[in-house]
Ligand binder design. Structure first.
Ligand code: BMA
Length: 864
């Protein structure tokens, strides 16, 4: 009855609030904000940030447009206040009422009806308080004062007594001169500026605010874990925290997909109790990563009863799976392996790094999150690494990863810098870790907790002379950091993961791993590696073929977004390289555009045309990422993982992403989709050797025939041959090897392409190999024919064909390339290819607006 009353109250008093579950309502409506103590109150969004509230009220220009970043740095040096008023007439009938702030960014004094509830200072923690005695039936006032995170950061720094290396922090842009305050506050590092992000240090209630009310008893937390799996049964364990108002006899029931599978009676005192119940799932359907099997999810519910009455019920959607990280010596004795096993089966991890999908976290919609995770799955990826300079992502993100079979490597939010330590800081970090590990531990997709991003590789605890950071500190300070790092990354964080996940999720202390306690001379031999020899050091793209690690968890090349995206954030007169606005959207301040163009020049003839320059940057990046992904896969099982830097963007900019801020796939994402297919034919040339590999992630061997055809760019066949090829289950096989000069046998390398086609089980897998960089190739004048048809009202099928080789043909519809089912592909002479586009317009209208570009210096477009 009381639950019913609460629901009625939710529907009336809090009209407009989202009712997420019985007994809980979100207090996200009716908020106002202003600069602290000044001016009029304006409407505010919760969840939200000051920046986005100012934007919504027309008080500031779009923070992403042009060069506005530098004009908006005052916001983070200002104090702000938020308030809302609400009625709660029915809550009087509840014995327990709790107010929950799921995320407060960051230094806030929170008051309810004048009473101070919290002084917060960590955006990653959840803040709860019992408010039964404070609530009135009408006119409750919530008031939150946000202190400037930057001014508080300066105070924290002064109290700490010194600066800390924080290389990415753009303190100077923020008006702080050499002072870098990011590491003195538990906030997402990228907000303070990074080479992929602007500097927008936010404040706000960035996650929901909710009231929870109940009588007698409540299920506070529910965790379902897989202890072991087998074909006949899975051994599971359900644990929960129960809160009871009175001593008595309670019953818990566990339901699996709606069917009761366990009942247990408990005699409990008043208070909080931990219970754990083992149970079995006969003939379990396991959760598998994308490409390996179905990511099956079970609904598991816990019902708490007393004397036949239901008191509370909670549900989780989880998967049956085991995960282990293999770090042992392997057969070739070359060092320590690094690879994941899911349900006892080794899995090659193909994927990317995930960065926050917006500089303003609360405006990332569930749709955008789903689009990004789905795009990863569509590109045949099976892993995303949530990078430690970002955040612990939203529940939406992990739900999508569960559903699409994307394994998540989750960094704790520490990156690239040294952090302060003290008893108080450690307690805060422990609470943050507990909140987040507890929130995320039911997700089968989460397969690794990692202590931090790039701290060990900079600090090098066991290779002090080569440390990039130690030289900034005295020996005494350095020893102190050794202790801080040891405490946070070797003690607190793994301790929390172990105690809350019960051994079901591995922990890795730092990515990359320079080898804690091991010789660091040869970094390719063990652990995970971030390969920035290409890009930051300037090595050629071909170096990816030989720089093979056990697991490369970062590597990348920058590109620009396509023109239609650039038009959305760069004012008209500035759409050229090195304009002030373009420069403010290039985060790699030291090398940036120059490095990108250097890589473009190595392969392509540069153009004065802006749109073509953007296109060339994307091709260069796409070829690079394809080269690396295939090289890593060819070296399976020595190498068992390849994660591109980076999947997505924080804001519209030049960056290493494969999908731009507006959701347009760059050439890279199309190329990577191919390079990550379950079976790839992978030819490559090193010196005078041409190797042709077949790599398969399938769990059965493949037998077939490899047909090689060498043709010139006009379609004249120069030679062909066929070869039987067998590749084992989940294996990489060198199928054929030739000397390049012998193979070409006098053919012009600048006018020849080798078509490698492997046919097996009625499926054809194809790859093309060129013999010259494109700037030296004799790309012909090509006549490209385009047709448009409407198979149904929403879709348009575009068919393209070419008389000669059309290299990296790209289609744009109303200026946009990244919305086709395929793009940036090579069309062989005489070949025709169909791609689809979602567009309601009729075929003639679509055809009229289609534009087409290719690498060939001359391309004639014929619309049919
Ligand atoms: C890696 C990341 C980020 C950075 C990226 C590109 O090291 O961990 O710190 O944004 O490189 O430079």
């Amino acid at each position: 009855m009381k639950r019913l009353l609460l629901i009625l109250w939710l529907l009336t008093a809090a009209a407009g609030s989202r009712i997420s579950a019985a007994g809980r309502t979100e207090l996200n409506q009716g908020w106002k904000f202003r600069q602290y103590g000044l001016g009029e109150w304006l409407p505010a969004a919760v969840p939200g940030t000051v920046h986005t509230d100012l934007l919504a009220n027309g008080q500031i220009p779009d923070p992403f447009y042009g060069s506005s970043q530098s004009d908006l740095q005052w916001i983070d040096k200002t104090d702000w206040e938020y308030c809302c008023t609400f009625d709660a007439p029915e809550l009087a009938s509840y014995d327990n009422v709790r107010l929950v702030f799921e995320g407060v960014d960051c230094y806030a004094d929170i008051r309810l009806n004048g009473e101070l509830l919290h002084r917060t200072g960590n955006m990653f923690r959840t803040w709860k308080s019992d408010v039964k005695g404070l609530l009135k039936s009408r006119n409750n006032r919530l008031h939150v004062v946000f202190h400037s995170p930057v001014m508080q950061g300066l105070k924290n720094m002064a109290a700490y007594g010194g600066r800390l290396t924080a290389n990415n922090d753009l303190g100077a842009l923020g008006g702080l001169g050499p002072n870098k305050v990011s590491v003195f506050t538990r906030k997402s590092g990228y907000q303070y500026g990074w080479d992929l992000a602007p500097r927008y240090v936010t404040s706000g209630l960035w996650r929901p605010v909710a009231l929870e009310a109940w009588n007698e008893a409540r299920v506070e937390d529910f965790h379902v874990r897989t202890r072991s799996t087998g074909p006949r049964k899975a051994q599971m364990s359900a644990s929960a925290a129960l809160r009871t108002d009175a001593a008595g006899s309670y019953r818990i029931r566990i339901l699996l997909n709606g069917k009761s599978i366990l009942t247990a009676d408990k005699t409990l005192d008043a208070g909080t109790h931990s219970i754990e119940e083992p149970f079995e799932i006969p003939s379990p359907r396991l959760w598998y990563p994308n490409g390996m099997g179905e990511p099956y999810l079970y609904d598991v519910e816990l019902v708490l009863e007393k004397e036949g009455r239901e008191l509370d019920r909670t549900a989780v959607r989880c998967g049956v799976r085991t995960v282990s990280l293999r770090c042992r010596d392997d057969a070739d004795g070359r060092g320590r392996g690094f690879g994941f096993e899911i349900n006892g089966i080794p899995v090659f991890c193909k994927g990317s790094n995930y960065v926050p999908a917006d500089a303003f976290l609360p405006r990332i919609s569930r749709e955008k999150t789903e689009f990004l995770v789905r795009s990863a799955a569509q590109a045949n990826m099976n892993m995303l690494r949530v990078w430690g300079g970002g955040t612990y992502e939203s529940d939406d993100f992990y739900e999508m990863c569960d559903r699409y079979g994307i394994m998540v490597w989750q960094d704790f939010v520490f990156a690239c810098n040294m952090y302060p330590g003290s008893a108080q800081i450690y307690a805060d970090i422990r609470a943050e870790a507990e909140d987040n590990v507890r929130r995320l531990r039911n997700h089968p997709s989460l397969v690794l907790w990692c202590g931090n991003n790039e701290i060990d590789v900079a600090w090098k605890p066991h290779d002090k002379r080569n440390s990039r950071f130690r030289k900034f500190y005295t020996e005494e300070e350095a020893e102190q950091f050794d202790r801080v790092n040891e405490t946070i990354f070797r003690n607190i964080l793994p301790g929390v993961v172990d105690s809350l996940c019960g051994g079901t999720v591995p922990y890795w202390h730092s990515s990359p791993s320079p080898g804690w306690g091991l010789d660091t001379a040869d970094r390719w031999r063990y652990g995970d590696v971030h390969n920035w020899d290409v890009w930051h050091k300037g090595d050629p793209i071909s170096a990816y073929n030989t720089q093979i690690a056990r697991f490369t968890s970062e590597y990348g090349l920058q590109s620009y977004p396509e023109l239609s995206s650039v038009e959305r954030f760069i004012p008209e007169g500035e759409r050229r390289l090195a304009s002030p606005s373009m420069t403010s959207h290039q985060g790699d301040r030291k090398k940036g555009d120059a490095r990108m163009l250097e890589y473009v020049d190595r392969s392509y003839l540069r153009s004065d045309d802006f749109a073509r320059t953007l296109y060339l940057s994307q091709l260069m990046q796409a070829e690079g990422m394809k080269t690396a992904m295939e090289a890593h896969r060819r070296n399976m099982p020595y190498c068992m993982g390849s994660l591109i830097w980076q999947l997505n963007d924080v804001w519209p900019c030049a960056s290493w992403s494969g999908i731009d801020y507006y959701g347009r796939w760059k050439a890279m994402h199309y190329f990577v989709r191919k390079a990550c297919e379950p079976v790839v034919v992978s030819p490559y040339i090193q010196g005078d050797t041409l190797d042709i590999f077949v790599v398969s992630d399938l769990r059965k061997p493949l037998r077939g025939v490899m047909k090689l055809t060498l043709t010139d760019f006009s379609g004249n066949e120069l030679k062909s041959s066929s070869h039987p090829v067998t590749v084992g289950a989940a294996a990489s096989q060198r199928a054929l090897r030739y000397g390049v000069r012998d193979y070409l046998d006098g053919a012009d390398p600048g006018n020849a392409v080798l078509v490698c086609e492997f046919r097996s089980d009625k499926t054809a897998y194809r790859a093309l190999q060129y013999f010259e960089t494109m700037k030296n190739a004799a790309l012909p004048a090509a006549a490209v024919r385009i047709r448009a048809e409407k198979p149904d009202a929403a879709t348009c099928r575009i068919t393209v064909s070419s008389d000669k080789l059309a290299k990296n043909l790209t289609l744009h519809y109303k200026g946009t390339a990244g919305i086709f089912s395929d793009n940036y592909f090579d069309l062989l002479p005489g070949e025709s290819r169909s791609v689809t586009l979602t567009a309601p317009e009729d075929a003639a209208e679509i055809l009229r607006h289609i534009e087409c570009m290719a690498l060939n210096p001359e391309t004639t477009i014929i619309k049919l």
